[in-house]
Design a protein around this ligand. Structure first.
Ligand code: SF4
Length: 378
């Protein structure tokens, strides 16, 4: 199973919390499309001719691409790669871009799944985040996407926003359930260094994030999604059975992927690569494949740590049989040894050879995984 990620780094304006590589301008768009197509051609063998099951247009804001640009990218993908007969093709879009004409255009391409950056249905939250759209536009975009015939939809919501009461978070979730959408990605607001939000909080011009409020919102999220029949299949992802994101599942289950565009990451089971996080540098270098800024060949302990971290975040859990098979028995022994204190504290539970985080453990997912990492090979 293999996938392709395309990074389209343009945005209308920069959201205060954002630390993705993106630029608040649409200049160089056609040069970027040409560079991405050149990169496809140069790196067409990276995935060893594996069939491509999923393609994900992320950003930035892919919905700023024109019809001509998107169709050129589609043609190139079909030319340079072998696509599965029923690939999942996800396209990220912001509610302020979606309208019947754009949706009709998307429907005429191979795109079959839309991921909408709603974040909140309330204008107060959207204004704190410096999003371009408002709550009414988010609801309208969802309705229009449905009318245009998109039945595979997902939205992003953010909780733990200062000023967002528990009641307002609950109402956000209820509004989401009323839309009938089958997949939700929900993230805690985190203040990354070097973002506008970090600066504004430091200057006292924005209220700081309260971790306790954020944990409460996470608990509300777990109980409300469960009541509605959603499966919590990854720490930030919820879906009705049969509606999991195939692309993200590929990342979590160790599948291989090629990342195209500035700042995109790739992984082929042996090495991980990063493209340069600079638009003009990427466009200049794509002609020579020099846009790959760094290649890291993973050591066995890095691959083990990565597996522990990603698998513990999923509903499939961390499987000692898999570890023993791929890394050796010493690693599966170490897994149970390092999990001991978390099992005793009921932050984890064991079922056969698999370990899972409990709901309370999910609040500390990163810290628990880090405490189980290996510094050197066994
Ligand atoms: S739209 Fe997305 S990528 Fe662009 S600035 Fe906002 S959060 Fe970042």
């Amino acid at each position: 199973m293999a996938g392709i990620y395309l990074h389209i780094p343009f945005c209308r304006q920069k959201c205060h919390y954002c630390n993705f590589f993106s630029v608040a301008s649409k200049r160089n768009r056609s040069d970027l499309v040409a560079a991405i197509i050149r990169e496809m051609e140069l790196r067409r063998d990276y995935l060893n001719q594996q069939q491509i099951n999923t393609i994900y247009f992320g950003g930035g804001t892919p919905s700023l691409l024109t019809e001509d640009e998107l169709k050129k990218i589609q043609e190139a993908l079909e030319k340079f790669f072998v696509l599965a007969p029923d690939p999942e093709i996800t396209f990220e879009a912001n509610p302020d871009d979606l309208n019947p004409a754009l949706l009709k255009m998307l429907k005429s391409t191979f795109v079959n799944r839309l991921s909408m950056g709603v974040q909140s249905f309330y204008d107060e939250d959207l204004s704190y985040l410096n999003r371009v759209h408002n709550g009414e536009q988010a609801l309208r975009a969802i309705r229009q996407a449905r009318d245009a015939g998109f039945d595979m939809l997902t939205i992003d919501l953010i909780y733990g926003i200062p000023g967002m009461t528990d009641e307002r978070w609950l109402k956000n979730l209820q509004t989401f359930f009323q839309t009938g959408i089958q997949h939700l990605s929900a993230y805690a607001l985190t203040v990354e260094p070097r973002t506008a939000l970090a600066h504004l909080i430091r200057k006292g011009r924005m209220e700081a994030v309260d971790e306790v409020q954020s944990s409460r919102h996470f608990e509300i999220l777990l109980s409300e999604t469960e009541k509605q029949g959603f499966v919590h299949y990854e720490i930030s992802n919820f879906a009705r059975p049969g509606h999991y994101s195939r692309h993200n599942s590929l990342y979590w289950l160790g599948g291989h992927y090629l990342g195209l565009g500035p700042s995109a990451h790739s992984y082929n089971g042996v090495s991980r690569q990063w493209n340069v996080s600079n638009l003009t540098g990427y466009i200049r270098d794509a002609a020579t494949a020099a846009s790959v800024e760094e290649t890291e060949t993973l050591t066995i302990e890095q691959r083990y740590n990565e597996y522990v971290m990603t698998s513990l975040r999923t509903s499939w859990g961390c499987d000692a049989t898999h570890i023993s098979h791929v890394f050796g028995e010493a690693f599966s022994d170490y897994l149970f040894q390092s999990a001991g204190k978390h099992l005793d504290a009921q932050l984890m539970r064991r079922e056969g050879t698999r370990l899972f985080l409990t709901n309370r453990g999910k609040l500390f997912a990163d810290g628990i995984a880090a405490s189980m990492f290996l510094d050197e090979a066994l």
